[in-house]
Design a protein around this ligand. Sequence first.
Ligand code: NAI
Length: 342
Amino acid sequence: LTAELHERDFEQLVLCRDPEVGLESVIAVHDTTLGPSLGGVRMRRYPSRAAAVADAMNLAQAMTYKAALAGLPLGGGKSVINADPRVANRDEVLIAHAKYIAALNGRYVPALDMGTSVRDLELIGRHVPVVCAQRGDPSYYTARGVVRSIEVALEACGRSVAGSRVAIQGLGNVGLHVARMLCAAEAEVLAADIDPVRVHDAVDELGVTATDLADILFVDVDVVAPCAAGGAIDEHAVPRLRASALVGAANNMLSTPALARDLRERGIVHVPDFVANAGGLIAVEAELRDDESGLADRVDAIADTARDMLNRSELGGIDVVSVALSMATEIIEGNRKYRPWF
Ligand code: NAI
């Protein structure tokens, strides 16, 4: 683990336990060069302790790149509580976790994530110096950035949204907004969700085409947009993709970043998730500062970043995830000696 921390340039990893209440959690602070590390508190039962640590680290690292590329004064962090969200003494577990966060003295700012609610964040907020309690739902802005990125990807394929076919996996908070915006822009939307009610409602409201869960990623469309769980695109999925572009909201959508090379070889235009889905983080940061002026424009600027990245990838013959990582690293390294917030 120590070797991995060094190899991946992690600043800090806190493994927390409180046997009295049954807490087992991880706080991963990847990089605080640009600002305090902000990231969600995820609550789920992992198959192993190692899986919990790996998830926290992967997600924290992605937050660093997401914040840097979105031009935000934030670092990357994440915490995970290895417990079933329905655990009977949930509040006690959350408070025990909050006390570990408090010991970091603001280096990690907790926010909402899978398995936690606004109420949970309010509870954590009573014990930590800064919390992102998120009065508003950032999903609209996440979806807005995803749609801007889809537009750029289609542009790279010589197409526009009107008349294009887009397949959306997952009609949750983000996926439904994406579907609404695309339908309003006259795209043809195909969609699937493990929850049949969500599909039924979207068919009723928007006239999307309900598609089989097993087929949604592999249908013959212009864009596939994974908006459900991470890891949806693995080494078995890449050869089966028939879309010209892959752009979605799901965090860590590629099971490994190396798959970006395979996508490039197959000629599939890809906008990395940590670029396309940064709209939510931009909205959360604005809320934290209590200044939402120009928010929509700042989210729409994701299109400029995505376009720049695709151009560099094309010109340099390098996959777009490598391009994105080197752009993010350049921003972070350029600030390292100033460390504005320390
Ligand atoms: P959500 O939980 O509201 O929606 C996920 C949807 O996917 C649910 O409707 C669920 O039934 C469905 N689903 C799960 N597994 C599926 C499968 N195998 N096939 C089809 N549908 C499936 O989550 P939300 O907030 O919409 O987030 C979606 C993704 O975007 C997640 O990966 C999340 O980490 C990421 N994300 C979300 C942000 C936000 O602002 N909500 C910000 C950045 C990333």
